[in-house]
Design a protein around this ligand. Sequence first.
Ligand code: F6R
Length: 237
Amino acid sequence: MKIIHVKNYEEMSQQAAKMVLDTIQQIEKPVLGLPTGSTPERLYELLVRAHQVDQVSFQHVSTFNLDEYVGLPADSNQSYHYFMNEHLFRHIDIPTNRVHIPNGLATDLEQECARYEGHLQRAGQIDLQVLGLGVNGHIGFNEPGTSFNKRTHIVELEDSTSEANARFFKSKEDVPKLAVTMGIETILEAKRILLLVQGKKKADILRKVVQGEVTENIPASILQRHEDVTILTDIEL
Ligand code: F6R
């Protein structure tokens, strides 16, 4: 793993944006894996700016989001569909048929997982998978204890995740209990992985992720076994 220490959130986001922009400018039909959450907000602002100010085109880019809550109404502003549209997609020229986000409203969720995997297989490998890190060590919504062999699947969110994400809802009770997420096996198939970790509250878990044993109890620890992982972080390890 290549760990790059940055001064602050802004520098992390600038370097992340450079990696994403290099990827989409160097590859003919780039495929990006994308997270939601607080961590990538500035990164997405910088990508929007690259489009609006520097005329960078996203027409040839395909994207796959990591996850989506189950059961939120289509117009819910807490859904990850809404988040991605507001922060990125509606401001750039990416064709809608190249944007992929799991459908948390599918009546048959197992079938939805299989459908999502099908889209991923047809797109070929993800060229750059961007990840955030949960305070419990999750990546995507793969909570501690999830098998490393899972592909896109349905998960029950841990209490700590509901608590961490409650800031986007009226209360913790309003955070959906289930989500659809790309599995660890799916995530590890990406050619390159970029993990963004910012803020003191993630220092302990990041140390375990990079220095501890590889264990399903700390899902992100599996990244130690991937051959091309970059971590951008303001945490001193
Ligand atoms: C979100 C996702 C999650 C977040 C993680 C960190 O799509 O996959 O794994 O990346 O929970 O969230 P923030 O950035 O809000 O601290």
